[in-house]
Ligand binder design. Sequence first.
Ligand SMILES: Nc1ncnc2c1ncn2[C@@H]1O[C@H](COP(=O)(O)OP(=O)(O)OP(=O)(O)O)[C@@H](O)[C@H]1O
Length: 276
Amino acid sequence: MVFTTVKGGTRPYRTLAAFVMVNEYVLEVRNLHTCFAGDCIHEDLNFEVRRGEIFAVVGGSGSGKTVLLREALLLQEPTAGTIRIFGEASRRAEKEGLRQRTGVLFQHGALFSSLTVQQNVEAPLLEHTTLSPRLRHELGCLKLALVGLASESGRKLPSQLSGGMLKRAALARALALDPELLFLDEPTAGLDPASADALDELILQLRDSLGLTVVMITHDLDTLWRAADRAIFLGEGRILAGGTMEEISGSGHPLVQAYFQGNRGRGAREAAWNPG
Ligand SMILES: Nc1ncnc2c1ncn2[C@@H]1O[C@H](COP(=O)(O)OP(=O)(O)OP(=O)(O)O)[C@@H](O)[C@H]1O
């Protein structure tokens, strides 16, 4: 890791990430409108996510972050506009292909409670590949190791894992098909600070080692300062600010200021600038 100087302090910046990040758009959102019964929560959103970056979607409650994620995952249709993933306009007909190139970590893990962790991780391989049971098992073990879970954890039911381990297990399942693009919905929600830090570190490591592109929704200011390369701030149906965390937090918009300039926001920024 090298350090680069930014206005007001020094933040870690990862060399491999800088190398991987290129101007190839993995996700492009153009002129997106989403309205429910005439009430519009997205009014002409435009942004793009570059290959290899960790991109965060931020905003107050009800600003439309989850709806945006559901639209990108083809679980919901926007009212107007397009979402292109891997350069292709995402259409329902291409759902299967897109699913295999994208992984999702849902906020509550969404693991099958009656299956063991190992079976959960193998589930996408069973559904989308013709691999033999032995190969599926080996790949499942590999993914568990990748997220830092011991093989004993694979034999447990989700209910027998801690919150941090559950997130890791769900992440292992999201990585089962070697996705290029990973969506994370509130990855650190409900975790204690140490587990949240460890998960942030894991996300950074996975991006660096696998060359993943990560799009995450988060309210966690520590995660934002530590992991996000760029972000957008949603509010009033629009993107109120976009860019690096430094750029966004310096926005003059009152909603953005209130979000980042409170005690929690300032503390997270200082911690990111003074790691360790
Ligand atoms: N299917 C739906 N029908 C009607 N309204 C909806 C529907 N889905 C979402 N909404 C509304 O859209 C708005 C945005 O919801 P969304 O869940 O995307 O917010 P959010 O930014 O993810 O909030 P939070 O941070 O609290 O999770 C909310 O007012 C919600 O009630």
